[in-house]
Design a protein around this ligand. Structure first.
Ligand code: BES
Ligand code: MN
Ligand code: MN
Length: 456
């Protein structure tokens, strides 16, 4: 089968790229209302792609937010069903001036596809469409396939849970297949077995009822920006542990055996530091870098603003200060409980002279995927065939909150076959996806179907 796939890729690769580029040109930024129409355009584009690739039917389905593309090919209702999940929405592109080529004018340079969504998740999602095309055209599909492609992942999938509940029958499947994560390296194939949960907050600190002259009032009135900085600084201690009372109560402790196993992953700390140009990797005392993102929670300020930030200087004591703060959570921590703990704690540490409000923006639960399930074994065999080595199971620091909801609502496990690299700069300027990874994905996915079909 591997040879057939490679022949198919070889004779169709320019078309595959043309088709992907058409999708990458649509600025489907879910966070921005001015792109509402583009979300529909991306859906229509994908619907056509699915139909052209061999789906029996495909449709654009409304939700309370951005629409979902659903498509399927049912070869035999008594056979198992794989559902592919992906997202066609992308992150905003600012700061624009840092892009070497415009985000929605994809191009190939240095063996990579450059553009917003090249990896996350249009590029990775499209590998599945083309792998499916191959299986259909060559008559090698061993099971039923469904596609559910959503447009709100980057804003926390606020409407997808309800969509699933309303379409339980349609979405019935045996396993969910997702390429929306990364692997350790091109020479270190890996399968993601864990995702972190998320609790995302916005806080507001209010001082005087208007911006004040910082000479007339400075030193005598609590400055909301100063106070916010102090409050944020107090959220972690000298060992980089989070100080919110109760925060660690439910954290799943990982056994030293499992930690030893995890430490075998070929993680290169020097390369990691070089790539992002830092001297030192910093995090919770007592844990390695891989552990800090894989099995430990974290707290980060995503943005902070208030007062004067324009050109030159303005002497002002601001009336308000704001920050967006996210916490990444690990198994057994519940995001709603963490939301509450955070809000209670943050409001309780308000210094005299200011008022503090905290509210939740979004969040979701983490996920762990066992390596002893049939579908994991099938994925593992597929990688072994195409990479020439057994993939390493590893827990990623990122989040895809809908994955745990799939388990809760549909009762189905997901297999996270991510082919991205950390250097793909997802969410950043100059997002890219190596052609090598794109085609490796298209090569590996059909083998998953083959082994999964044989074993179930
Ligand atoms: N594809 C990413 C998540 C990801 C990337 C997981 C790489 C593992 C490795 C996804 O699109 C994403 O960005 N998720 C958000 C969560 C969301 C609620 C905005 C995240 O992790 O910040
Ligand atoms: Mn993604
Ligand atoms: Mn993303």
């Amino acid at each position: 089968m591997k040879e057939k796939i490679n022949d198919y890729i070889e004779s169709n690769k320019d078309r595959f790229l043309d088709e992907l580029f058409g999708l990458l040109r649509i600025p489907s930024i879910s966070a921005r209302s001015e792109h509402k129409e583009d979300m529909y355009k991306a859906c229509e584009y994908l619907k056509k792609s699915l139909l052209d690739s061999g789906a029996d039917n495909a449709e654009v389905m409304k939700t309370e937010g951005h629409p979902v593309v659903y498509g399927e090919k049912i070869i035999d209702p008594s056979k198992p069903t794989v559902m592919v999940y992906g997202h066609y929405d992308v992150q905003p592109v600012e700061p624009l001036d840092l892009w070497k080529s415009p985000p929605f004018e994809p191009e190939i340079r240095d063996g990579k596809i450059w553009g917003r969504g090249a990896d996350d998740d249009k590029g990775q999602m499209f590998m599945h469409v083309k792998a499916f095309e191959f299986l259909v055209k060559e008559n090698l599909l061993p099971c039923n396939v469904k596609f559910m492609l959503e447009g709100e992942e980057e804003i926390g999938s606020p409407n997808l849970g309800k969509f699933c509940k309303n379409n339980l029958d349609k979405l019935k499947c045996d396993v969910i297949l997702v390429s929306d994560t990364s692997m350790i390296g091109q020479d270190a194939p890996s399968i993601t077995t864990g995702l972190r949960g998320l609790s995302y907050m916005e806080v507001e600190v209010t001082g005087p009822n208007r911006d004040l002259h910082s000479g007339l009032y400075g030193g005598a009135v609590a400055n909301p920006v100063n106070m916010l900085a102090k409050m944020i600084a107090s959220l972690t201690d000298e060992n980089n542990r989070i100080t919110i009372p109760g925060f660690y109560d439910d954290v799943m402790e990982v056994s030293s055996e499992e930690r030893k196993e995890m430490a075998k992953a070929p993680f290169d700390l020097e390369r990691y530091k070089n790539e992002i140009d830092i001297e030192e990797a910093v995090g919770e005392e007592g844990f390695t870098t891989m552990e800090r993102t894989g099995i430990r929670p974290s707290l980060d300020v995503n943005g902070i603003w208030g007062g004067y930030t324009g050109e030159g200087a303005k002497t002002v004591l601001p009336s308000k200060a704001y920050a967006k703060i996210s916490m990444r959570l690990v198994p057994h921590q519940k995001s709603e409980k963490i939301d509450e703990l955070f809000i209670k704690h943050f409001e309780s540490i308000a210094p005299p002279g200011v008022r503090v409000k905290a509210r939740k923006l979004h969040g979701g639960e983490g996920y762990v995927s066992p390596t002893d399930q049939t579908a994991y074994k099938a994925a593992s065999k597929a990688y072994e065939d195409t990479f020439g080595k057994k993939p390493i199971p590893f827990r990623s620091g990122g989040s895809i909150p809908i994955i745990s909801l799939f388990e809760e609502i549909l009762g189905v496990k997901s297999i996270l076959m991510g082919f991205g690299l950390d250097s793909d700069a997802i969410h950043s300027p100059n997002e890219n996806y190596p052609l090598w990874n794109f085609f490796k994905g298209i090569e590996t996915i059909p083998l998953f179907y083959k082994y999964y079909g044989e074993s179930s």
